[in-house]
Design a protein around this ligand. Structure first.
Ligand SMILES: Nc1ncnc2c1ncn2[C@@H]1O[C@H](COP(=O)(O)OP(=O)(O)OP(=O)(O)O)[C@@H](O)[C@H]1O
Length: 280
């Protein structure tokens, strides 16, 4: 009996996963506060998805479930509340090799080490840790340079990461995130703090990455970041899924007004960029 169970588990792990994320009534509590409330959600590989919601709706917490930095409450019957790439047990380091991550928190952590160069930041993806390895390893340095070149950021290779502008740092983080050719790229408000030109440049690069076949998961409350490649939107409200579907069905004034608890209006400019304004 236990043999056949082990075999089934092994064959599930060995099959090529088709789902990036599967949540089965996943609940996360922080202190007395239920931050995610019995969430059911599936994000297939290959479906570029935005997780959209107001401040405090649970977007970053959902991202941390995906990266296994946070764990949900266990189910009494042993069912796995979270599966990432088909598996519910992950060694975090091997998961980091499958997911490229760009978050403000990672950026801030990297900036705390003044000696770190852009090359070291990119090459550090091999460790999943913050340490300067590229200086000692010419092969790693060359790979980091190639990754920066793909982001049109080769000129930054020797610069100290902590001295980069927000836009430059974001390109270096993208190069790091893509270092292992991950199955999916997770972006948490990637363009926040960037000027209009740097934002357009970054979002063009992200669009190219999506078209190249890397699944995009974008966590944001900035509608400007919903590039055309994003085909699917999950709307969160107070730790629950308010809507989950094709972007045109979810991005309506009515649903967004519910999500933001205020009357809002979505508009599209001449270049197709979305923006949200207060209605009236
Ligand atoms: N460590 C913590 N302890 C207690 N509550 C927390 C903690 N971290 C987050 N929360 C609460 O969980 C809720 C969801 O937070 P989360 O950061 O996931 O939201 P978010 O949608 O990403 O918000 P934002 O857009 O402002 O970044 C918020 O009400 C927040 O106050």
């Amino acid at each position: 009996m236990s043999h056949s169970c082990d075999g089934a588990a092994r064959s599930r792990m060995n099959r090529s996963p088709t789902q990036l994320l599967e949540l089965d009534r996943a609940t996360v509590r922080r202190g007395a506060h239920v931050v995610l409330d019995a969430l059911d959600l599936t994000i297939p590989l290959g479906r570029h998805t935005a997780i959209l919601g107001a401040n405090g709706s649970g977007k970053s917490t959902l991202m941390q479930l995906l990266t296994r930095e946070l764990h949900p409450l266990a189910h009494d019957d042993g069912r796995a509340p979270v599966r990432v790439l088909g598996a519910h047990l992950w060694d975090v380091r091997s998961l980091r090799g499958q997911l490229g991550i760009v978050t403000q928190r990672l950026h801030e952590d990297l900036r705390t080490v003044p000696s770190l160069t852009a090359s070291a930041v990119v090459a550090g993806a091999t460790l999943g840790a913050i340490a300067d390895t590229s200086a000692e390893d010419p092969a790693l340095h060359a790979q980091a340079l190639a990754a920066l070149q793909r982001m049109q950021a080769a000129h930054l290779v020797a610069r100290r990461y902590a001295t980069l502008s927000a836009g430059e740092a974001r390109c270096v983080l993208l190069a790091r995130a893509l270092f292992h050719a991950p199955a999916a790229l997770l972006l948490d408000e990637p363009s926040s703090g960037l000027d209009v030109v740097a934002r357009a440049h970054l979002m063009t690069q992200i669009g190219g990455i999506a078209r190249g076949g890397t699944t995009l998961v974008l966590v944001t409350h900035h509608l400007e970041e919903l590039i055309p490649e994003i085909s699917h939107v999950v709307l969160l409200r107070a730790g629950r899924v308010l809507a989950d579907g094709p972007r045109d069905l979810v991005l309506t004034d009515a649903l967004l007004s519910q999500a933001f608890d205020a009357p809002v209006h979505i508009r599209t400019d001449a270049h197709g960029t979305l923006a949200l304004t207060m209605a009236g």
